[in-house]
Ligand binder design. Sequence first.
Ligand code: 3SL
Length: 227
Amino acid sequence: MKVTLSFETTTSEDVSIIVDALRASSTMTLALDKFEKIIPCFSAKEALKIKDETGGVLAGERKGKKIDGFDIGNSPTDIEELKTCEKTLILTTTNGTRILENMNSTVLVGCLINAKAVGSASATIAQNHIDVVMAGVKGQFALEDFLSSGEILYWICQNLDDYEINDLAKAAIIASRDYNSLKAGFYNSRTGKRLSSLGYKKDINLCCKKNISENVAIYKNQELKLI
Ligand code: 3SL
């Protein structure tokens, strides 16, 4: 099995795991405790149109802040605190939903909170190549995605007998082994600092919890559901 770490676009036609740890992947992962499906949208306009047509809870951010008129932000804490009978979450985020586009493979959603579960699921379904894809922020490397990818890659390797892994993936595993420095990396990352200044420290606290969820989302037919 080939195991790689990439940035923004996948190099695999087999299985890709997209990682936007702060916060889209974490929101998606925890949302599947409450919702049967998530419809990721690339624009707020499209999200509003879907809500009008099918109903559901509207979630999303621009520049980190909840979009005016939406029910909640792109916030895993908002999701956890939400009380709803709706079965669909309609979600639009700056990077995390955009990165789902153009993936010519099976796509899973990974973050620190489901690293072990997504690592194991990918090793079960992949035939020849698992690519962990860091979303980054507007074309730039994001430390929290690198560290979360390292934890995911660690669990992928734990679940495989025989694999070939690229050096970037090896570096991510090494960087993610010490949990205290990983957590410090989340808070000191560019996104971590931005979210703290916007008052979302609770989201960072939640997103840097390791392996607290068994949920693994798969993207199929423009929807995210539990695998
Ligand atoms: O861009 C995204 O998908 C978001 O995760 C960014 S933010 O954390 O909501 O600011």
